[in-house]
Design a protein around this ligand. Structure first.
Ligand code: SF4
Ligand code: SF4
Ligand code: FES
Length: 230
C-alpha cells in the first residue's frame, strides 16, 4: 500500500506492507529510509509515545491499521523536532502548573471500592487531546484537556484536604476558556472525557463562588463571596 508522510514542508510517499501504522513506519525505516524519525515504545497502546495524526485525526500508530493512501503527520500544537517527532514537554508541564496532584492528604481510610475516578489515572500522556484542542491551538497558556481532567480526579478525591486551592488555580487560562467542543474526548485512546471533567470542575467552581467570566462581564453578577451557589 502507499503511505504518505509529512516531512518538514514536503510530503513523501512510500510503497510498504504491514499491519499497523507502526509496522509500516518500521518497514520504511528498515528498508527504504533509515533517516525517518518517529517515536514508539510499548507497541501495545500503553506508553502513549506513538501518537500522530492520520488524515486529520489523532491516532496511536501501534494500534491504527491503515488501508492505504493515508496522509501521516506529526501531532499538532507542539514544536516539531523532526518528521513525526514532536516536543511534548510544554503540554506535559501543565500537569504541574495545574497542580494536578494530591496536596497534603486527609488522614482517612478509603474503601478501594469507593475510588470512583480511576479512569483519569489511565491517561497515557499521548498528548492527542492537546493536538486536537482548538483553544490550545490559539492560547499556548490554556491548561488544556489532560491537565484539567487530572485536576478533577484530585478535586473529587476524598483524601484531598484543600480542593479549593485547586479550583482557585484553574480559573485563569483554565475551565472557562474551554469551548466544550468535545474534540478531546473523541480522540482519546483511553476513553477519557476531559470535556465532561471540565464541566464538573465548572460546577464545583460555582459552589466556591466562581462564575463564567463571560457572563460576569455582561453584568450578570460578580461572585458569591465564597458562598454556595446551589
Ligand atoms: S472540550 Fe475543551 S479541552 Fe476539549 S478539545 Fe474542546 S476546547 Fe479543548
Ligand atoms: S487524556 Fe487521553 S488523549 Fe489526552 S493525553 Fe491522556 S490518554 Fe492521551
Ligand atoms: S508504542 Fe506505546 S502507545 Fe504506541
Amino acid at each position: 500500500m502507499i503511505l504518505n508522510i509529512k516531512r518538514d514542508a514536503s510530503v513523501e510517499s512510500f510503497e510498504v506492507s504491514g499491519s499497523t501504522l507502526l509496522d509500516l513506519l518500521d518497514n520504511i525505516k528498515h528498508t527504504k529510509d533509515p533517516s525517518l524519525a518517529y517515536s514508539s515504545g510499548c507497541r501495545s497502546g500503553v506508553c502513549g509515545s506513538c501518537a500522530m495524526v492520520v488524515d486529520g485525526v489523532e491516532v496511536l500508530a501501534c494500534s491504527f491499521k491503515p488501508s492505504g493512501g493515508e496522509l501521516v503527520e506529526p501531532l499538532r500544537n507542539s514544536p516539531i523536532i523532526r518528521d513525526l517527532v514532536v516536543d511534548m514537554s510544554k503540554a506535559l508541564e501543565f500537569n504541574a502548573k495545574a497542580k494536578a496532584y494530591l496536596n497534603e492528604p486527609n488522614a482517612i481510610k478509603i474503601d478501594p471500592a469507593s475510588v470512583i475516578n480511576e479512569l483519569q489515572s489511565s491517561c497515557i500522556l499521548c498528548a492527542s487531546c492537546y493536538s486536537v484542542c482548538p483553544v490550545y491551538a490559539i492560547n499556548g497558556e490554556f491548561l488544556g484537556p489532560f491537565a484539567l481532567t487530572r485536576v478533577w480526579k484530585y478535586v473529587s478525591d476524598k483524601r484531598e484536604s484543600d480542593p479549593k486551592s485547586k479550583i482557585d488555580n484553574i480559573q485563569q487560562n483554565g475551565i472557562w476558556d474551554c469551548t466544550l467542543c468535545n474534540a478531546c474526548t473523541l480522540v482519546c485512546p483511553q476513553g477519557i472525557s476531559s470535556k465532561a471533567d471540565i464541566e464538573k470542575l465548572r460546577a464545583k467552581s460555582s459552589q466556591y463562588g466562581y462564575m463564567d467570566p463571560n457572563f460576569s462581564s455582561f453584568g450578570f453578577g460578580g461572585g458569591f463571596d465564597g458562598g454556595t451557589f446551589f
